[in-house]
Design a protein around this ligand. Sequence first.
Ligand code: SAH
Length: 336
Amino acid sequence: MKNLISLNMEQLEDYFLKLGEKKYKATQIFEWLYIHKEKDIDHFTNLKKDLRDTLKKDFNLDFIKIKRKEEGPLVKKYLFELKDGNYVEAVLMEHDYGKSVCVSSEVGCNMGCKFCESGRLKKVRGLEAYEMVEQILLIEEDIKDKINNVVVMGIGEPFDNYDNVINFIKIINHPKGLGIGSRHITVSTCGLVPKILEFSNLPLQVNLAISLHAPNDVIRSQIMPINKVYNISQLMGSLRKYILKTNRRVTIEYVMLKEVNDSLECAHELANLLKGMNVYVNLIPYNETNNLDFKKSERIKEFKEELSKQKINVTVRKEFGDSISAACGQLRSKEV
Ligand code: SAH
């Protein structure tokens, strides 16, 4: 049975219309769920009892659970237990511009990036929309405050769970849902080209980030198996189309791995690759993990300067959460 929270506004409206009800009932449901935070369908008092019973027959309203919480400076990591006993993590970050949550989109991940801890467990399944929405709802409840910014950069490849992720975005973006502005939502992908093209047709102004991590196919294929399916030229082609269509600036993520992709030649090559495109580069300091051999690069500053010299917009990602293994690439679908 589907969870009520997995439905976006349009889907709920369709549901009520099919029942022969007025579609504004959908708005009432959203208000119960996301304004009053009501967790029991029987308490939806402006719906008649019959209708509540029908709703209960068609949907459940189960919640995932916070199993553990760890705190570091300006960061909290939450381990969630899902209804089927699987686990995922999410991270809350306090920025000067507000509170941001990094949500997971899958249990495990099939992309197999060599430097990433989250991919050491193969994909078990994609998360349903409610399991992503509830990561945010439960964190808001825990901190008694609103989340202003969401990045789909936790465990999983969001475009490998495309429909559920889009549904999730529609729900949190809706003014009667969590009301998180589309410009405050970012989806990051390792480069599933057909989905990038599909995403460009979405009538939502959500940000797109691409995990590029290398300036050429030789290096990229060594560290990211997906590159053997969609190479850099195909990826760049899809980004050009995306930018043309949406007129939006794309974030290029580039994790700085010592002696793998951090030479000045790499910076040069990267600048050539991106020249003239509406993108900016976000350099990510590598977070080392016990299980993988990659090391953090010490050349971020020089790399950044080289890109700037070539007129490429570039920033360095602020480091968060390393002390509690809550940083990029450190999240796991495991209890311990
Ligand atoms: N699968 C999506 C979403 C994950 S986002 C994607 O690949 O974009 C997480 C980001 O952190 C990705 O850019 C990923 O490549 C990067 N990352 C993975 N392991 C990391 C690590 N140990 N240190 C820093 N960044 C890492």
